[in-house]
Design a protein around this ligand. Structure first.
Ligand code: ZN
Length: 226
């Protein structure tokens, strides 16, 4: 099989828009909280699009924070030199909408209708179902002595090798992805196999992944919950 066919299959097998767009939400009013740094958990914003909203840190729902702390504990029990670093958490709905619309315009000459939504969603999630604007998704990696482990690509490097199960990365990078995936799943997060760094708890994607009857968190405005 050709390399690009393998990439195409990996993309198709990751959960997509149509898989969980219809999942209902039983929303909670849990607050958004900034992730505090500790020995095994830290947060540092990747990119600049949320600086206007949350210049002082990375925010998630409080229930997501407690699960991140649990994951950091599991990681520390295996190797106390390792630290989880959250690079992205809550994204303002306006930011998600802007990024989504920009990308949709780019792809509009290649797709239309539901196919267009699905294609855009693979890179920039449809705002109404996205995990980041619900405070329910994180982009995360593991550090050793303040440097990221080798994951085969950098966090947010949108190449086909960022599919979690790309067979074209080194053995060490593969093992590091599996370590991250294991500690996050043990703490209750659902992985997204289209990006090795993206995990969610409580959003529609999570509900679909674990066959839950409903999502726990709906899209939220930063100004209401802070
Ligand atoms: Zn993400």
């Amino acid at each position: 099989m050709r390399k690009q066919d393998i990439y195409r299959l990996l993309e198709e097998k990751a959960l997509g828009y149509a898989d969980y767009a219809g999942v209902p939400v039983r929303p909670s009013d849990e607050p958004l909280v900034a992730i505090p740094s500790s020995k095994n958990l830290t947060a540092s914003q990747v990119g600049t699009d949320m600086l206007a909203y949350t210049p002082d840190g990375v925010y998630v729902r409080s229930g997501v924070l407690s699960r991140l702390q649990q994951a950091a504990g599991i990681l520390a029990a295996e190797n106390k030199e390792l630290q989880l670093e959250v690079g992205y958490g809550y994204r303002a709905l306006e930011v998600q909408t802007r990024l989504f619309e920009e990308y949709k315009t780019k792809l509009a000459d290649r797709y239309s209708g539901d196919e267009l939504l699905a294609a855009v969603h693979r890179s920039i999630a449809v705002p109404g179902v996205a995990g980041h604007p619900a405070g329910a998704a994180v982009d995360i990696q593991i550090l050793r002595e303040a440097k990221p482990l080798d994951f085969g690509t950098a966090i947010w490097e949108f190449t086909p090798d960022s599919f979690t199960f790309s067979p074209f990365i080194s053995r060490a990078a593969w093992d590091n992805r599996q370590l991250l995936r294991r500690v996050m799943m043990q703490a209750g997060f659902a992985p997204f196999d289209g990006e090795w760094w993206h995990f969610c708890y409580g959003d529609k994607e999570w509900a679909k992944y674990y066959d839950k009857p409903a999502a726990l968190y709906d899209q939220v405005s930063f100004l209401i919950l802070i």
